[in-house]
Ligand binder design. Structure first.
Ligand code: GAL
Length: 354
């Protein structure tokens, strides 16, 4: 374990990050030999290892070095915000006032804009053997967003082999807030050569959000029933891959799936991912209304820990509010907008069985 941690530190904390200082790396371990490592840059979940058959299996994708981490646009393991996924043309209105935030993905704003939360240095405010708490102050006007926003993210590794992520945020002006973690999973192992498409997935979601070519939801909530988006029962991801125009537009799965409201209580299984050889199962429990299931369609050529990644070398399951929510008044749930005085509070748990 110690050697593994030392290698991780060597990779990520030898050279300086965006602000000229080196990253701070934090390791958590549990009673069963599972580990989870984090860094203060982006409050990033860097590594997750499971002890399987006497080996340490890394189930997260990441960059090989800090220098590469700073160049990638995969958002490996980072907390993304203020607004996860896209806001069309980076424009929205709150309280009758229009705002323009940074454009960094075609015509649109992605994951908080040019210098999103993934690129910021967070403060470690608490830590113990099984928990670390990161905090970030995003000042009024940061990336064009209104209000001073204070965010807290708590990672806990439990002895039930769960990695729990609790999110909290407050603002002094009404502002879109949609936080998630952008971990990429490969339950066969980061270096295994297995693909996202080889995994089995179950999503307790009966609607999905089709997108336009810029990956902005069209506004329609489409029933999954009878389509390749139906993951109500566990299905191999590759089984109906790219078979329909809504997938072809996105180069695969890269869509928000709307959970059945009854599974968003934080204790029900909202999503289940099963390793190709069925030796690892990961269950996702969450209080958030949707999940962006992204099959790794833009990964090709991105330098990774064990190799240069190719298409579908990992997949992301990002619990969140709906992409472009602030521009879709018909969707409800405050459209992903946090009022001043209210508290944004959510939790997602990734529970591993192996
Ligand atoms: C995902 C998004 C993808 C891609 C990826 C980062 O959350 O859905 O379209 O932008 O982030 O490479």
């Amino acid at each position: 374990m110690k050697t593994y941690f030392a290698q991780l530190e060597q990779a990520m904390a030898q050279t300086s990050s965006f602000d000229g200082q080196t990253a701070k790396i934090i390791h958590l371990t549990n009673a069963h030999g599972m580990t989870a490592s984090f860094m203060d840059i982006g409050a990033t979940w860097l590594s997750c290892t499971l002890p399987i058959e006497g080996q340490r299996r890394e189930v997260l994708l990441r960059s090989p070095t800090m220098a590469e981490h700073m160049k990638q646009d995969a958002y490996f393991g980072a907390v993304v915000g203020r607004f996860a996924n896209r806001i069309a043309k980076g424009q929205f209105a709150v309280d009758g006032k229009r705002y323009q935030v940074g454009i960094n993905n075609g015509d649109n704003s992605l994951h908080g804009g040019v210098e999103g939360f993934d690129k910021k240095r967070w403060t470690v405010v608490e830590r113990s053997a099984n928990q670390v708490v990161f905090a970030l102050h995003s000042q009024d006007g940061d990336q064009g967003y209104p209000g001073n926003l204070d965010v807290k993210v708590t990672y806990t590794l439990t002895d039930a082999n769960e990695l729990s992520i609790a999110y909290e945020a407050h603002t002094d002006q009404t502002c879109p807030v949609n936080l998630t973690n952008h971990a990429y999973f490969n339950l066969a192992g980061e270096a295994s050569g297995a693909k996202s498409l080889d995994h089995m997935l179950q999503l307790n979601a009966d609607y999905y959000l089709p997108t336009d070519a810029g990956l902005i939801p069209t506004g329609e909530q489409k029933p999954v029933l009878g389509t390749s988006f139906d993951f109500m029962q566990p299905k191999r991801i590759g089984e109906e891959f790219l078979t329909e125009p809504d997938q072809q537009t996105a180069g695969g799965y890269d869509h928000a799936f709307v959970f059945k409201p009854e599974v968003t209580d934080g204790i029900s299984a909202a999503a289940v991912l099963i390793a190709p050889k069925e030796d690892v199962t990961m269950t996702v429990l969450t209080t958030k209304p949707a999940i962006q299931f992204y099959s790794g369609n833009f990964l090709a050529g991105t330098p990774g820990a064990s190799k240069t990644y190719q298409l579908y070398d990992g997949l992301a399951l990002e619990t969140q509010y709906f992409p472009d929510g602030p521009n879709k008044p018909e969707w409800g749930l405050n459209n992903g907008v946090l009022s001043s005085g209210d508290c944004y509070q959510h939790q997602t748990v990734y529970q591993f069985e192996f």
